[in-house]
Design a protein around this ligand. Structure first.
Ligand SMILES: Nc1ncnc2c1ncn2[C@@H]1O[C@H](COP(=O)(O)OP(=O)(O)OP(=O)(O)O)[C@@H](O)[C@H]1O
Ligand SMILES: [Mg+2]
Length: 365
């Protein structure tokens, strides 16, 4: 188990000012789980990961793995990176040239403090090479491997020491889209199989949603929300998270009246909107509403119920398994993801319906 508490890491920039790269970063990763730091470029993901690795020295906070403190500002503890016993793979994974696949994977065992016999080395290396499905390529020259297998080899090398913690910084970003998708499945299978506690860094929200047990969404050095992928997607705590994770439609609203059972009626650009909102509100409060494209329902004949508007199809994008419709409702254009069986042509009239329960409401920032 990894715990990071109150981590604060800063850098001086070229002008001598202080960049607060990670601020009050606090999270826990349970044994065997994959935890992802997700956020836009410059939000502090790598800084957080490097701080855990011991490659940066934070100004404040505490980091421990399985109750062993590896960094604590208050207790004056700083364990050097090579003594933390973590496995790491970075974006620019370096495969050693002039070495075979086997020799690359064996290298950490040969340079470490612990001595292994030839038989032990062989056993450890073949076990990790089998896990990443490179066992049959053990004698191949490592630089002759293509991108995917090289990535697998970097992973094998990080795993061979049986690290207490695996740290991965955008390990798939050098691969082309198709290979990245495949490696994403491979990585997930391997992590689940070996049950190795992992911190994964990415700016790719679909990668984060696909791989993680839990996600921390970061912005400007701070964690905005921690949750399971589905929670983050369905119940974002603020507009930043709703916008960064997945596509969404934002509307501005003003409360007309609060009703019973967490319901309220809003005035928006597209008309009156009934929503479910747990926080107490009063008339004239300003809010923002996020509605996911798959929750914007479309129908050619008028559906029953509330939150129904008439609109016009403005644009369609065929995606194979789905169609994205842009529909104009009043002064607004809404994005709606539909099954390809809906054939309404561009310019056609269409009805839009939104379930009040699918509207995520935020107090206006
Ligand atoms: N060595 C450094 N010296 C000075 N500033 C740095 C240094 N490393 C990072 N920063 C700054 O700290 C902030 C966080 O950077 P960091 O690399 O952690 O972001 P990131 O989330 O990993 O971004 P990316 O997705 O681009 O990799 C940025 O403002 C960055 O410019
Ligand atoms: Mg980074």
């Amino acid at each position: 188990m990894l715990t990071v508490h109150g981590l604060y890491t800063e850098y001086p920039n070229e002008r001598g000012d202080i960049v607060k790269a990670a601020q009050d970063v606090t999270f826990t990763v349970e044994e065997g789980r994959l935890f992802t730091l997700l956020g836009p470029s410059g939000c502090g993901k790598t800084t957080t990961l490097r701080s855990i690795a011991g490659l940066e020295r934070p100004r404040a906070g505490e980091i421990s793995v399985n109750d062993r403190v590896v960094f604590s500002s208050s207790k004056g503890v700083f364990v050097s990176p090579n003594r933390r016993g973590f496995g790491m793979v970075f974006q620019s994974y370096a495969i050693w040239p002039h070495m075979t696949v086997f020799e690359n994977a064996a290298f950490p065992l040969q340079v470490g403090d612990k001595k292994y016999t030839r038989a032990q080395v062989r056993e450890h290396v073949m076990r990790v090479l089998t896990a990443v499905q490179l066992d049959e390529l053990a004698d191949r020259e490592a630089t002759k491997l293509s991108g995917g297998p090289q990535q697998q080899l970097a992973l094998a090398r990080a795993l061979v020491m049986e690290p207490a913690l695996l740290l991965l910084d955008e390990p798939l970003s050098n691969l082309d889209a198709k290979l990245r998708d495949r490696m994403r499945f491979e990585l997930k299978r391997l992590q689940r199989e070996l049950k190795i506690t992992t911190v994964y860094v990415t700016h790719d929200q679909s990668e984060a949603l696909a791989l993680s047990h839990e996600i921390a969404v970061m912005n400007q050095g701070r964690i905005q929300q921690i949750g399971r992928p589905r929670d983050i997607y369905e119940n974002p705590v603020n507009q930043f998270v709703a916008d960064f994770v997945g596509n969404t439609n934002f509307l501005d609203g003003t409360v007309i009246r609060a009703e019973v059972q967490d319901r309220c009626i809003l005035d928006t650009d597209i008309g009156r909107l009934a929503v479910k909102f747990a926080k107490p509100v009063k008339a004239n409060d300003r809010v923002a509403i996020s509605i996911r494209p798959e929750d914007v329902e479309l129908a050619e004949s008028r559906p029953a119920g509330e939150n129904v508007w008439q609109g016009t199809v403005e644009q369609k994008v065929f995606l194979g398994e789905a169609i994205d419709f842009r529909v104009t409702v009043g002064p607004r254009s809404l994005l709606s993801r539909q099954h390809p069986t809906l054939r309404t042509p561009v310019g056609g009239s269409i009805f839009v319906r939104v379930n009040p329960e699918k509207c995520v409401v935020f107090s206006a920032s």
